[in-house]
Design a protein around this ligand. Sequence first.
Ligand code: SF4
Ligand code: SF4
Length: 101
Amino acid sequence: MLTAETIAVTNIDNSELTCAKCNAACCQLEVMLITDTGVPEQYIDRDQWGGETMKKLDDGWCICVDRETKLCTIYENRPWVCRIFEMGSYECSDEFIAVNQ
Ligand code: SF4
Ligand code: SF4
């Protein structure tokens, strides 16, 4: 079945789809904190119901992206959602295209 995701994947050369060639596209998504991985308190936003997400800055990226290197500055303690976001997945492809092209 042709879906938006498959269209996105076919529009990009898979050899281009690597984090090294990306602009930390997925780090512009809302990142929910589901488990405690040791994210420092100052990087966490809480809503009125106690829901936790990574803080974002006005440029749209997660507060923990190094703005020069576009690498994660809390890699060892990054949230679960960041750990399971798979390079080369449909979701990755969508974000890669949205930010880099
Ligand atoms: S969007 Fe994909 S290629 Fe870009 S940083 Fe995230 S996982 Fe890597
Ligand atoms: S915690 Fe790290 S990997 Fe996760 S969105 Fe922020 S900068 Fe990206």
